[in-house]
Design a binder for this molecule. Structure first.
Ligand code: FUL
Ligand code: CA
Length: 488
């Protein structure tokens, strides 16, 4: 007994000597917090979307549901080419439209004839979902699937019977193709369609018709790691536009009970709800071309590398993920213009953000939780799981970076340690020039950070940078900071 208490005293003295009188326990979480799956999902940052189906062959965006399956005839389809393109573009996964609104299935579903089974492709023996799953495995990519709730082919659409059909198909997709990282539930719902020949307009109640609690439970049971995308999550949310950008202020939080697939207050989805009670980060879905499906006339309208890089800054750099769509062409391939641009986008981003000028800089913090576990050097170690934190009750702080020599700087990256919640509400950046601190103006609000915030600004030359966090929902937990010089 006496020995133990002496040991404890000795340990306490040692800890005090080591400067560990400070708090060594992590800050308490600021709720809501993401699940481990949501954190892993957000760290994927960019992944590909593929829209492909009868629309590709009929030059349409929204098939009416009456297309002849014989029209679907890709002659050189190669899911490995899609996977190689995504990989070369630095993407982490691919989400495929297994069924779009026209109701046509790219896998041989047991529950309908309106599928690949009745097409010339591989004489009806093909299964593009399976082919993509194999290609993703081969190239180390994750796979996600889009199963349109709206089905303009099915006669039963609008009745309770359709739900049995829809969920039976979802179950096929959830069980036959290995792990899925995301299940995409589109918000476009109801309207006119073929509906088994009825050719009429059918409107459904977007809040209640699909019985989403049932769908969520099914996904949770069969693919517990899959993130469910919809306007209101629960895994991740639509960002409220199809242009590829999230709000400058972007909370990964949502008042989840207010939002449902088909929600129309788009702006709220762009920035989230600062007072949200659920973690539902934003995903920016956008196409390489004006349309989601391939149209030859759009070969001249593929987004430029400049546009794509801009979108990266405004999606990933605004605390969202980037889901970039490739309209696969009639041969069944990603068009060479699209793949070249996507790969060039990645190279440009690497050139702009590849070399952190703050690595090795001396960092002075106005407050640190302790000198070891939450020390400032965690800010530039390249590890998203280590972070600098302030003491309990400290929600304002400054960080000053001193470089060995003056550097040209025109990009800044900040990351919060989101497993403990999204905290920062406001910050500002300054640089030191001839004896005084001058503001850096990125031309956008410097409010939220979240998983990642990227700022672009005119080049400054300095050896000192200062970041002031001026408002936060709790003690600061910052995992990484980087400064860069993008070539002009
Ligand atoms: C929308 C759909 O209506 C489009 O056709 C496309 O699939 C896009 C990603 O989602 O809501
Ligand atoms: Ca770190």
């Amino acid at each position: 007994m006496r020995l133990t208490s002496r040991l404890v005293l000795a340990l306490m003295a040692w800890a005090a000597a080591m400067g560990m009188g400070a708090q060594t326990v992590p800050p308490a979480a600021v709720v809501p917090v993401p699940s481990a799956q949501q954190v892993a999902w957000q760290r994927m940052e960019t992944y590909a979307f593929v829209h492909f189906g009868p629309n590709t062959f009929l030059d349409q965006e929204w098939g009416y549901g009456d297309a002849d399956p014989q029209a679907f005839n890709p002659t050189r389809l190669d899911c490995e080419q899609w996977a190689r393109t995504a990989k070369a573009a630095g993407m982490q996964g691919i989400i495929l439209t297994a069924k779009h609104h026209d109701g046509f299935c790219l896998w041989p579903s047991r529950y309908t004839d309106y599928s690949i089974r009745n097409t010339p492709y591989k004489d009806g023996q093909g299964d593009i979902v399976a082919e993509l799953a194999a290609a993703c495995r081969k190239y180390g990519l994750k796979m996600g699937l889009y199963l349109s709730p709206w089905d303009r082919h099915q006669a039963s659409y609008g009745t309770p019977l359709y739900l049995e059909y829809y969920y039976a198909q979802l179950e096929e997709l959830l069980t036959q193709y290995g792990p899925l990282f995301e299940v995409w539930l589109d918000g476009a719902n109801g309207g006119d369609g073929w509906y088994g020949g009825a050719k009429e307009k059918r409107t459904i109640d977007r809040r209640t018709y699909y019985d989403w609690p049932r769908g969520r439970a099914l996904i949770a049971r069969l693919q517990p790691n899959a993130i469910i995308f919809s306007d209101g999550g629960p895994g991740c949310r639509w960002v409220g536009n199809e242009d590829g950008h999230a709000g400058e202020t972007n909370w990964s939080l949502l008042r989840i009970d207010e939002v449902y697939p088909g929600y129309e207050k788009y702006q709220e989805l762009t920035g989230g709800h600062a007072d949200g009670d659920a973690w539902v980060a934003a995903e920016c879905d956008v196409s390489m071309r004006p349309g989601w499906f391939y149209h030859q006339r759009e070969d001249t309208a593929v987004k430029t590398v400049d546009q794509l890089v801009d979108l990266y800054y405004r999606s990933v750099g605004h605390n969202a993920t980037l889901l970039l769509n490739f309209p696969v062409d009639r041969e069944g391939l990603i068009h060479p213009i699209d793949s070249a641009r996507a790969v060039a986008m990645r190279h440009r981003i690497q050139a702009e953000l590849g070399h952190n000028l703050l690595a090795g800089a001396n960092i002075k913090a106005s407050n640190a939780r302790d000198k070891k576990q939450f020390a400032t050097r965690q800010l530039t170690d390249g590890n998203p799981d280590t972070y600098w934190a302030t003491a309990d009750g400290v929600t304002r702080a400054t960080l000053e970076f001193r470089l060995n020599r003056p550097q040209r700087i025109n990009r800044l990256m900040l990351q919060e340690y989101i497993p403990l919640g999204q905290r920062v509400r406001a910050f500002s950046v300054e640089y030191y020039n001839q004896g005084r601190w001058l503001p850096i103006d990125p031309g956008e609000e410097t409010t939220t950070i979240g998983h990642k915030r990227l700022l672009r600004f005119g080049t400054v030359t300095t050896s000192r940078l200062r970041i002031s966090f001026t408002d936060s929902r709790g003690p600061l937990c910052i995992s990484e900071i980087g400064a860069y010089c993008a070539p002009s």
